[in-house]
Design a protein. Structure first.
Length: 428
């Protein structure tokens, strides 16, 4: 399961150099001056038609290939975990950890470290293809293999430490409450998710990238003004050097419990016009103001609670049938972690359309908020086309429902044009 900045002066120079494009004219259909003369569908179609056919085909191929990657990743996860059980490797890792120490917490942590390193190695060929070669194939990556491997190793180290703490806490619950672990374990999962949301922007993200304050007042002041107008207490905007890894544009207003931060990546500065930047930042502020982080935590809590209840039932039955062969003594035996992972993977895979629908709904709410906050419908439309570098712009309705965790480019542009028609007197 994603860094040194080239220099603030260079970024500012690039940003100022792009200033003439800030006044780009929208397509003719989108430039109508009265609601009666404005055709939302025609304006949407004209924006979509402005994308060259070869770029549209590449974007569709990349995104549709992701459907197969989702399937192969699912199958690879199942295969690796079942392999650990069938070959007795999980039992051997548990016994090795037990020989090192009798302290239960350290025993579980050592097992987890072995498990994570081994499973990472087993799926490494797939990870290299999906995370490195394929990204370069479609022109979405800028990072050499050495830099990519460095980031992967940092992520692995974080997974060992932070994931180990989570697994230790979960298995403490499993030992103390073998019948009701699904209830208390859900609480542990949600608590760890909340801590990760609070600490991630300030302490984890800088391990992969460099964050600096945005100094250009032409870009910074409109963003801060929009933040203040929507009740966001912020006195700085940060820039992250994402261009050292990717060509994708992105931004976020992240964190909570006093760790909030307004951030945009340098690709957005380099490639985006001022209306586009304002549209993106208005969307991200929407997530923050609408308390989507709390809604997501509630959703996570429900998903985990239901999932753990189902997994408890399935684990007991699977363990009765195959536990002796795999050397698993019960749910509190850490050697059974691969079985838990198999069941969790099946549950998460089956839930993909639900998870995507919830995410897409929150993103749509943030889109509406951003349009009202930034009042840049054409900027919103053109930046949606740029997001189309790696997201299919016009999927079918069932395809969008199942595979899209954001509204499609067509849906977003149509929303922006509808907003423009209803607010034509004041929209720029």
């Amino acid at each position: 399961m994603r860094r040194c900045l080239t220099g603030a002066v260079l970024i500012l120079a690039m940003t100022i150099g792009a200033a003439p494009s800030w006044a780009q004219a929208p397509p003719a259909a989108a430039a109508a001056t009265s609601p009666q003369a404005f055709d939302v569908d025609a304006a949407t179609a004209q924006y979509l038609a402005s994308v060259p056919a070869d770029k549209r085909a590449a974007s569709d191929a990349y995104f549709e290939g992701g459907y197969w990657i989702l399937l192969w990743s699912f199958l690879a996860t199942l295969a690796v975990n079942l392999l650990l059980l069938q070959l007795g490797w999980s039992r051997a890792m548990r016994d090795l950890a037990a020989r090192v120490t009798r302290l239960r917490a350290v025993h579980v942590f050592l097992y987890w470290a072995q498990y994570l390193v081994l499973t990472t190695l087993l799926v490494f060929p797939l990870s290299v293809y999906t995370g490195f070669f394929r990204e370069h194939q479609y022109g979405l990556a800028t990072q050499g293999f050495g830099g990519w491997m460095r980031d992967e190793l940092v992520g692995l180290a974080l997974g060992v430490v932070l994931g180990g703490l989570l697994i230790v806490a979960l298995y403490a619950v499993l030992r103390r409450a073998p019948r009701t672990w699904w209830l208390w374990g859900s609480g542990v999962m949600v608590a760890f998710a909340a801590v990760a949301l609070a600490l991630g922007p300030v302490y984890i993200a800088p391990l992969f990238n460099t964050y600096t304050k945005l100094e250009d007042p032409q870009v910074r002041e409109p963003i801060l003004s929009m933040a203040r107008a929507n009740g966001i207490a912020a006195d700085a905007v940060y820039v992250v050097d994402a261009s050292r890894q990717t060509t994708r544009i992105s931004a976020n207003v992240s964190g909570f419990l006093g760790t909030g931060r307004i951030t945009l990546n340098d690709n957005l500065l380099k490639r985006g016009t001022l209306p586009e930047i304002k549209a993106v930042m208005g969307h991200e502020m929407g997530h923050y103001v609408l308390h989507h982080v709390w809604e997501q935590l509630v959703f996570v809590a429900i998903v985990v609670l239901v999932g753990f209840a189902l997994i408890r039932w399935a684990f007991d039955r699977a363990n009765r049938r195959w536990g002796a062969r795999w050397g698993i003594t019960g749910v509190a035996d850490v050697a059974g972690l691969p079985l838990l992972m198999v069941l969790l993977t099946v549950y998460a895979f089956a839930l993909t359309p639900v998870q995507n629908t919830v995410s897409r709904t929150l993103e749509s709410e943030a889109d509406i908020f951003g349009l009202n906050a930034a009042r840049e419908p054409d900027g919103f439309a053109t930046v949606s086309l740029k997001l189309g570098d790696y997201r299919k712009l016009a999927p079918g309705p069932i395809e969008e429902m199942i595979f899209f965790d954001h509204p499609s480019g067509r849906a977003r542009i149509h929303m922006a044009m509808q907003w423009k028609r209803e607010n034509l007197a004041t929209a720029r």
